[in-house]
Structure formats: C-alpha cells, structure tokens
Design a protein around this ligand. Structure first.
Ligand code: BEZ
Ligand code: FE
Length: 304
C-alpha cells in the first residue's frame, strides 16, 4: 500500500493502544483495525457515505429481536458465515462437507426410522419423498447408533416455526441409525425460499441487485461417539438457485438428484402409497482420535 505518513501514524497509534491481556483478543482487534484502516485508504469514503454505513449498522442492530438476528443474516448474506464454517470444519475430501446451520434449527421430536415427518397440510399437496442413506466413517465402515437431526421447509418454503398451519416439530426429526448405519424417513420435496427481506439486509440485497433465495434443501446434523459431528445441508439437484444461493452454502458434494419411483413394489418397501421421489444421501464422518491420543499430540508426544 502506498505510504501515507499521517494515515500510517494514525494506524500505528491505534494499534499501540490495544493492550488486551488476552493475546487472542489483541490479535483479533489488531487485525480488524488494520483491515478496516486499509478499507478506508482504498475506498476513501466521503463523510456522508461513512455515516450511511453507520446508519445501516444501527438499523441492523435495531432489527434484532429475541427471535431474529439481523447481524447473523448480514454475515450469511456476505458469505462470512460460510467462510467461518470452512476455516473451522474443513475435513478430508472423503468426509461429508459441513455447511452453515442457518436460523431455523429447533429441537426435533425423536422419531422411529421410516417415520413420516410431514404431518401438516403439505402432506396432502406436496410431492412425497423418501430420504435415506448410510452414516459411515471415511473408510465406509457403518456407524450404528449415530443421531441424525433433520429439519426442512415445506413445499411452500416455510418452516414450522414460521407457519401457524404446521404443527410444532413438523418436518423435523431426531433419528438413530440402525446396526448397518442406515437412516430413512418419509417426507415431502422442499422448495426454495427467500431469507427475510423486510429488514435492512433485505434492502442491501435489493440495492446490490441480488435475489434473496436459497435453493431447496434439507438440513442435517449428524453425531456419533468417537467421530466429529457434522452440520450440513443436502440440496435438491436442478433447483434454479443452486448457483446463486443467497447464503453461499452450496457445495457440489451436497447436491443430490431425487429419482422418481413409480413401481408399487418400491413404494411398498418404503411404506409409501404411490409414486414418490427417492432421495439418497450418505454421510461420512471423520473419526476423532481418542482423548489419550489427542492429549499426546497436544503435548508433542507420539500417539501409540
Ligand atoms: C436457511 O436455511 O434458511 C438459512 C441458512 C443460512 C443462512 C440463512 C438462512
Ligand atoms: Fe433452511
């Protein structure tokens, strides 16, 4: 960056004043201040533009309520939540990649394998879908007793928590894999939906010429003893918003094509009444080193 002596001195003064005892806090604040000063030097905002930016942040804070966090939405819409997810959860290429949790997780009812999770009005109008797969480690060894927490929107793009017509816990389930690591449940094909657009972040999307849509997906959080848990999505192939997800959460390995099944024998196998969509998604977890091995690695020892 071109030297600008007055701005260089100003930044150095601010950095010198960071005296936090917590070294990580000091590192974070020093880096944020350095990047923000670089931004001002590059963009050279007018005072009016700077105050508009501050006003945007004030309005973002004012839009927050106990059930709505407009700052998280801002982070999501700028790809920052996905970036933080990636730096914290990157795994080997064989593992199922993680993806952001989003704002719609809530405790799910425990349901038996094969249960129908569609208990609202969508049951009578949406396309039936059977979701199934196997939870394994990265070598393909099945993991019995893994918990698979799933949540999804209906065919109109609404979660139960947004829609009084849906019973509590609708389109959610906490499942446990069988002895062969399998999980399966009956549901309906979800649809794409917009993130909330009635606040300042919605205004920003409009000003940037962006749409607010998320491609159709199902969320999963999978946990198993001795393995790193994964929070992820599985997306419906063919969705028009896969290449422009407003939350930047799509990864190729998470896109699955539903296959239409018309055979009554197949329907009977999954306890479905008629033709349905077959949606298969396997999940590969990363084995976590046993605690003792972790301690040995941390202390610089050799794990045996
Ligand atoms: C969602 O699943 O709706 C969502 C996920 C990430 C950011 C915003 C919304
Ligand atoms: Fe979602």
């Amino acid at each position: 960056m071109t030297p600008e002596p007055e701005l260089d001195r100003l930044l150095a003064d601010v950095l010198r004043q960071v005296k936090a005892e917590d070294p990580r806090l000091a590192e974070i604040v020093r880096s944020a201040v350095t990047h923000l000063h670089a931004f001002v030097r590059e963009v050279r905002p007018t005072e009016e533009e700077w105050l508009r930016g501050i006003d945007f942040l004030v309005r973002t804070g004012q839009a927050c309520t106990p059930t709505r966090n407009e700052f998280i939405l801002l982070s999501d819409m700028l790809g920052l939540t996905s970036a933080v997810d990636e730096v914290n959860h990157a795994g080997p290429p064989e593992a199922t990649p993680s993806s952001v949790e989003g704002p719609f997780h809530s405790p799910a009812p425990a349901r038996p394998l094969g249960a129908s999770i569609a208990e609202g009005p969508e049951r009578d109008r949406a396309e039936p879908m059977v979701v199934h797969g196997r939870v394994t480690d990265c070598a393909g060894t099945p993991i019995a007793g893994a918990t698979v927490d799933v949540w999804q929107a209906d065919d109109a793009g609404h979660y139960d928590t947004q829609d009084v017509a849906q019973p509590d816990g609708n389109l959610r389930a906490l499942l446990t894999t069988d002895d062969e690591g399998r999980y399966w449940f009956r549901s309906v094909l979800p649809s794409s939906y917009p993130v909330p657009t009635d606040g300042p972040v919605g205004g920003l999307l409009t000003a940037l010429g962006r749409h607010p849509m998320r491609p159709a997906h199902i969320h999963l959080r999978v946990e198993a003893a001795g393995h790193r848990p994964v929070t992820t999505h599985v997306f419906v192939a063919g969705d028009p918003y896969l290449d422009s997800d407003a939350a930047f959460a799509v990864k190729d390995a998470l896109v699955v094509a539903p296959e239409r099944r018309d055979d009554p024998g197949e329907a009977a196998r999954w306890a479905v009444d008629g033709p349905f969509l077959d949606f298969a998604f396997d999940i590969r977890l990363v084995a976590q080193p046993a605690q003792a091995e972790l301690a040995a690695v941390t202390l610089g020892g050799v794990a045996r």
